[in-house]
Design a protein around this ligand. Structure first.
Ligand code: SF4
Length: 448
């Protein structure tokens, strides 16, 4: 197959005003931003101060600033600047000797690039990380086990008169969630916005969001499953052991009963849960998410309730969708036998590398080494790595081949999926001669 031609000179031309810009700084994936970039040729284009973003959101500024990378060569092989063609040849040599390459990262790139990554894993019989993080994988598994009653965020905006936050703090983690989806907007069935909504916060660590709640229930730390068992028991008409409920949840049964009554009176309720608030415990996230989904299903026997996980920024949702469309599977997939097989005994790229299960790695728009233990870092030094990223990171600095790519939504376009499955078209706000992740991945697919 003929390789596509890619222009190489990495120059950036600044443009001015853009509206309906998509921000991927958190799971809200706001698509209503306006940006104004000053085209001052005497200034450094990588200066975040050159970009005005409205509405102002601290996380959005941080996120866009991270995309405004410094200029540099389009490709480096072992630290030496080369053309993209030479870099592609170096990747061909790596993949030709690798028996089991790993393709990972992928949650900050477009659906189009993710699709090419799946093709690459198929062609080279590699292992594909089909989820954004171990926590995302566990929540997905919980949904497969328990079933999921959910909706679009637009439906929550139009209908929800009761909003439940379960161990979630969107004020900090998803700054525009209340404004855009869950609390303040006026909707068709909640015409007065906040005045027509009740905010209920349930959790163990009070936070900025709990301060705004109309009802607060604070239970003992780590007792989510016990608390949800009590709530499910009440809905099922089970007689509660008063002392045991108090001992196990730290909350009186009467409080749980009153809460259940309030929820059953909702016309339409939405439960939001943040599995990433304690990311060190992905297993807890799976158990908690499963119990929450079961509880929401039970609530639907008397009223309407939906469940939403507050996801991280990026396009992790798109990755799950693409993997499902193209392979019919989900999770970590091994293409070694020629058909995708789900690996259930590993959770992360780190697991695979520390077990020496892979002998080459390709990371797309991600920097896994930033969070890894030094031992795994050293081990990565023994396998050749290929990195696609827009800026210099710990992972790109130690890569065998580093392609500098145009960052999605700043200098490259594509499609992304919001956590509720709504597809958004991303348009770049500046032009770049750097190739996109999709272009480089398509070129690598053609190597096979
Ligand atoms: S709330 Fe999240 S997605 Fe929206 S502008 Fe802020 S960081 Fe970006």
């Amino acid at each position: 197959m003929a390789e596509p031609t890619i222009e190489t000179p990495p120059t950036v031309a600044l443009t001015d005003h853009h509206s309906d810009v998509v921000c991927m700084g958190c799971g809200c994936l706001c698509d209503d931003l306006s940006t104004q970039q000053r085209s001052d040729s005497s200034s450094d284009s990588a200066d975040p101060g050159m970009l005005t973003i409205l509405p102002a959101c601290s996380l959005a500024h941080e996120w866009f600033a991270g995309l405004m990378a410094e200029d540099g060569p389009a490709c480096l092989v072992r630290g030496r600047p080369v053309s993209i063609e030479e870099g592609t040849a170096a990747v061909r040599a790596i993949l030709a000797t690798a028996k089991r390459p790993l393709i990972a990262g992928l949650s900050n790139t477009s659906v189009e690039a993710q699709r090419e990554a799946v093709h690459l894993a198929e062609r080279w019989r590699g292992v594909l990380m089909g989820h954004a993080s171990p926590v995302a994988a566990r929540v997905h598994r919980a949904a497969q086990a328990a079933g999921l009653v959910t909706s679009t965020l637009g439906e929550v905006r139009q209908r929800a008169d009761v909003v439940v936050l379960w161990n979630a703090d969107p004020v900090v983690t998803h700054p525009r969630h209340f404004e855009r989806y869950s609390l303040h907007p006026k909707g068709r069935f909640v015409p007065r916005g906040r005045k027509d909504r009740q905010l209920i916060w349930i959790g163990s660590t009070p936070c900025a969001s709990s301060e705004l709640a109309d009802i607060k229930v604070i239970f003992a730390p780590g007792r989510d499953v016990e608390a949800l068992s009590v709530l499910q028991g009440i809905l099922n008409g089970v007689e509660l052991d008063e002392k045991m409920v108090l001992r196990q949840t730290g909350v009186s049964p009467d409080v749980w009963r009153d809460l259940s009554t309030t929820l059953r009176q909702a016309r339409y309720g939405a439960v939001f849960y943040d599995p990433n608030l304690s990311p060190e415990s992905a297993i807890h996230a799976e158990h908690d998410a499963r119990a929450l989904m079961q509880w929401v299903t039970l609530l639907n026997e008397t009223t309407s309730f939906v469940f939403h996980a507050l996801t991280e920024g990026g396009n992790g949702s798109g990755l799950e969708q693409v993997v499902a469309w193209t392979t019919g599977r989900s999770g970590i997939l091994d293409f070694g036998s020629g058909v995708p097989t789900v690996l259930t005994d590993v959770d992360s790229a780190q697991d695979l590398i520390s077990r020496r299960s892979v002998d080459a790695a390709l990371f797309v728009s991600s920097d896994p080494l930033r969070e890894w233990e030094p031992a795994e870092w050293r081990r990565l030094g023994f396998i050749p790595t290929v990195v696609l990223s827009n800026s210099s990171t710990a992972t790109s600095s130690s890569a065998t081949v580093w392609f500098r790519t145009a960052p999605l939504s700043y200098a490259a376009g594509g499609t992304v999926f919001r956590s509720d499955g709504v597809a958004l078209r991303v348009r770049p706000i500046t032009s770049s001669a750097l190739p996109s992740d999709e272009e480089i991945l398509r070129r690598l697919v053609c190597l096979a």
